[in-house]
Design a protein around this ligand. Structure first.
Ligand code: A2P
Length: 332
């Protein structure tokens, strides 16, 4: 029995990638509904050679839908996911709204696929930077025991949505012409610049994006993981980079760490040590795995490891992880 699927936010950056992945992975479908705002209703989007008309998201648009892939923003998931669940659908939510809800599983299929089983209608997709980090961290943790992780991110515009990507392009072009540019999507100059992540700041001085990485990791691993993060937005289109400094409980060798990562699902070692070339956002844009490299011993610790990691934020960081969850749902 093939499912009826709906994409909430089908016209956005993640929405477009969801469509591409459903097509590319030959996802079994009975029907596909594309939902967006009233502004986009009536617009046609091609899927598997057919034009599908975008419909306005409403509370009663989920009739007969089995799986909803939601990526229209947290407030819309908050408002509409319960209607979808009431109509009998399972919602795979890409937004942050339900992630830390104890009634909602938070799933990375390579790590905790079994958590899908206790869903009550909503399954949350973790934050993009979290997904990329935990894919490398989890297999290392299982082998050597991670005591503590320090993560610094270099995050692309895609994480702020399709409009932010467009603005970065326009701003870059304007600056190259020597013109003034007024940012309206991102709240500060972004082209030829970078800035600490602009998500809301909390009392302890961390911004929300950093707290997501810290809290979500513990929920996915089912234990109190010690992670601290500094998140930074860089003028890159769509792949996030991260540097990880990991302290293990146990002794390890660099060769063993490479071995663990080489055989980890969803992870690939990408490096050219001789020429000092490592994965970059341009190398990995549009690709599925998270690419790691530059493994080296932290000279300040007994069991410390430094590594570099890059992954496509829109793909494994969002749409691909959601589609993999939907595939697990179909496997039952
Ligand atoms: P629309 O294109 O009609 O505005 P992104 O994260 O790339 O900015 O994408 C956001 C997605 O969420 C888009 O598909 C957008 O549709 C959709 N969206 C935004 N506001 C609403 C709304 N009020 N109702 C339904 N969908 C919305």
């Amino acid at each position: 029995n093939k499912p009826n699927v709906a994409i909430m936010g089908a016209t956005g950056a993640v929405g477009a990638e969801l469509l591409e992945l459903l097509e590319e992975r030959n996802f079994p479908l009975n029907s596909l509904k594309l939902l967006a705002s009233a502004r986009s209703a009536g617009k046609k989007i091609n899927f598997r050679g057919e034009d599908i008309t975008v419909e306005e998201l409403t509370h009663d648009c989920f009739e007969g839908v089995d799986i909803v892939l939601a990526s229209a923003g947290g407030s819309l998931s908050k408002e509409y996911a319960p209607s979808a669940v009431k109509a009998g659908a399972v919602v795979v939510d890409n937004t942050s709204h339900y992630r830390m809800d104890p009634e909602v599983p938070l799933v990375v299929p390579e790590i905790n696929p079994e958590d899908i089983k206790w869903n009550k209608g909503i399954i949350a997709n973790p934050n993009c930077s979290t997904i990329l980090m935990v894919l490398a961290l989890w297999p290392l943790h299982k082998k050597f025991g991670v005591k503590r992780t320090v993560c610094s991110t270099y995050q692309a515009a895609s994480g702020a949505g399709a409009l932010a990507m467009q603005e970065l392009e326009q701003e870059t072009a304007a600056k190259l012409q020597g013109e003034d540019f007024e940012n309206t999507v991102i709240n500060q100059p972004y082209a030829f610049n970078l800035f600490p992540h602009n998500s809301p700041m909390k009392e302890n001085g961390y911004v929300e994006e950093e707290l997501k990485m810290m809290n979500e990791t513990s929920k996915i691993f089912h234990e109190d993981s010690k992670v601290t993060a500094t998140c930074v937005r860089v003028p890159i289109m769509r792949a996030h980079s991260e540097s990880l400094n990991i302290e293990f409980d146990n002794a390890y060798t660099i060769e063993e760490a490479y071995e663990v990562l080489r055989s980890a699902p969803g992870v690939e070692v990408f490096e050219n040590r001789e020429e000092n070339l490592w994965a970059t956002p341009l190398d990995v844009s549009g690709k599925d795995p998270v690419y790691v490299g530059r493994l080296r011993r932290d000279v300040t610790l007994d069991n410390g490891l430094e590594l570099w990691l890059v992954g496509d934020q829109v793909r494994k960081g969002a749409a691909l992880n959601a589609v993999q969850i939907a595939e697990l749902l179909l496997e039952g």
